[in-house]
Design a protein around this ligand. Structure first.
Ligand code: KIV
Length: 265
């Protein structure tokens, strides 16, 4: 399987081939994904919640992202690696923004994702011309959870739809090589996908986009209580892992493990 990059990502759209993207935050899962057909790995700032137990992505920072990006890129050298720029790390002075970008690219990212268009367009252009492929992110932008009043579907009203479409076009014009659209009505996602030349990757954006992204722990069913409408669970990790941990515990206390087979002579 040929490793994707920011240019072949565009070819996928031209050839009408769907793109599969999955988040990942650690070396062990990266090694497994490396041996699959998945097209692209996103080291999302959702790792702040899933790996560190923080309440939202506002708490991610550059050192945290760099550590996860380094681990994943070491585990999955055959996969195209996109990392998230964390909250406010690209909203400061140009020097600070560029320093943060440099840390994440040198950690192993091959492209970076940032949220929102307003106030980011000049930076996107500067980054692209500095050799950093940029993925945009519109719709539900979790770093703005406090201004959005929670993790809610975006673009339900006509005016909001016009704004999201306009911002998508501006991000494309600024040089983004692709765009994540999160939690928007399918009809809006389809319209944006048709209007853009760059691939649109959806999460909660329906089927008529160029690819899909899901959070690894969500698609594997780590959290029984997390059941958003857009999520399909491909595994029941919660029950299966608990079963394995309990089996191990039982065998330790009953002295069924270890046997001679697992012991050195
Ligand atoms: O951080 C993340 O996991 C993301 C995806 C949901 C797109 O940005």
């Amino acid at each position: 399987m040929i490793k994707l990059n920011s240019l072949t990502f565009l070819d996928k759209k031209k050839n009408k081939e769907k793109i599969s993207m999955i988040t990942c935050y650690d070396f062990s899962f990266a090694q497994i994904i490396n041996e699959t057909d998945i097209d692209c790995i996103l080291i999302g700032d959702s790792g702040s919640m899933l790996m560190h137990g923080l309440p939202n992505t506002v708490h991610a920072d550059t050192p945290m992202m760099a550590s996860m990006i380094a681990a994943v890129s070491r585990g999955a050298p055959k996969k195209f690696i996109v990392g998230d720029l964390p909250f406010l790390s690209y909203r400061k002075s140009l020097t600070t923004n560029m320093n943060n970008v440099e840390v994440l690219m040198k950690a192993g990212s091959e492209a970076l994702k940032l949220e929102g268009a307003i106030g980011n367009l000049k930076l996107v252009n500067h980054l692209v011309h500095s050799g950093v492929p940029i993925m945009g992110h519109l719709g539900l932008t979790p770093q703005s959870v406090h201004t959005l009043g929670g993790h809610k579907v975006q673009g339900k009203e006509k005016e909001a739809q016009i704004q999201i479409l306009d911002q998508a076009k501006k991000l494309e014009d600024a040089g983004c090589f692709s765009l994540v659209l999160e939690c928007v009505p399918s009809v809006l996602a389809a319209k944006i996908t048709e209007a853009l030349h760059i691939p649109v990757i959806g999460i909660g954006a329906g089927p008529d986009v160029d690819g899909q992204v899901l959070v690894l722990q969500d698609l594997l069913g780590f959290n029984d209580g997390f059941k958003p409408k857009f999520l399909k669970k491909y595994f029941n990790a919660n029950q299966i892992f608990k079963g394995a941990f309990n089996d191990y515990h039982k065998e330790v206390v009953s002295k069924a493990f270890p046997t001679a087979k697992e012991s050195y002579e």
